[in-house]
Design a protein around this ligand. Sequence first.
Ligand SMILES: CC(C)(COP(=O)(O)OP(=O)(O)OC[C@H]1O[C@@H](n2cnc3c(N)ncnc32)[C@H](O)[C@@H]1OP(=O)(O)O)[C@@H](O)C(=O)NCCC(=O)NCCSC(=O)C[C@H](O)C(=O)O
Ligand SMILES: [Mg+2]
Length: 289
Amino acid sequence: MISRLKRSVLAMPGSNARALEKGKTLAADVLMFELEDGVAESAKATARAQVAAAVADGGYGARQLVVRVNARGSEWYKPDIAAIAPLGPDGIVIPKVNSRDEILKAAADLVAAGAPYKTRLWAMIETPRAVFDIEKIASAADDRASRLEVLVLGPNDIAKSTRARLTPGRPALLSWLSAGVLAARVHNIEIIDGIYNDFNDLDGLRREAAQGRDFGFDGKMLIHPGQIGPVNEIFAPSAEEVDFARRIIAVFDEPENADKGVVQIDGKMVERLHLDIARRTLQLVEASG
Ligand SMILES: CC(C)(COP(=O)(O)OP(=O)(O)OC[C@H]1O[C@@H](n2cnc3c(N)ncnc32)[C@H](O)[C@@H]1OP(=O)(O)O)[C@@H](O)C(=O)NCCC(=O)NCCSC(=O)C[C@H](O)C(=O)O
Ligand SMILES: [Mg+2]
């Protein structure tokens, strides 16, 4: 089964009241209220109060609401968790996670703060240690108490801390991207690709989003409303993919193929594993309306 779609995860600084309001009208699958690096130190308290009010008041319809708190160990983490966790957002995003143990401690922090069970943990992978140990971090999800549901890549922090450059096609990041997808699949959680900074360059965004989709990511983190439409489209199956999926299902439904493990459609070999993929394609279509 497909859990709720996370094609587009839009960050909005908690200090920007206009953005928080605008989120109610935007077609992002997930709104990520930002308290960390997108908020100046002098605005941390205001941002926390505005985000708490937004989560408590609601009005965001079916959009999933997650809150990125400040890093564990920072002076703002505890007040962030105390203010946000009891309100029961869909997720709390922990930035700059370095270990599995940190996830388990953050989950215990949520319980201590009175977060309802539905509030899941998202972990940002954005340090050299996290990139290196991504499978160990993802393995926290094997412990249900961890609440770990999603990994999110943070390319800006990765670039800062590794000195890698974010160039077109992301050659410096490719092995890290695929390691992340493998870790997520091994531990049955979702993984979201990182942001594309040049928000006016929609062609570049499309290329990078398609690359992330083709690597197996479940969606992309965004910074600007203009990025939502292209990314929702790229992470939804194309009309051709949907048509082919329907044909695969129809062919395997035919009585003469009931005992066949493999058939051909348009000169392509199709096995029953492709039937599973086809069913998932249609579930994605249904989930995206
Ligand atoms: C990047 C921005 C600062 C640009 O803002 P602005 O100059 O206001 O852009 P526009 O004039 O084009 O905005 C047009 C309207 O859209 C609204 N808007 C803009 N951005 C958002 C948003 N993110 N959410 C909701 N609404 C938004 C503007 O208010 C305008 O509205 P209106 O006046 O009604 O027409 C800005 O886009 C921005 O702040 N983006 C998010 C930045 C952020 O949250 N950063 C932290 C997350 S990034 C990250 O996680 C990096 C990661 O950790 C890593 O290491 O890689
Ligand atoms: Mg970051």
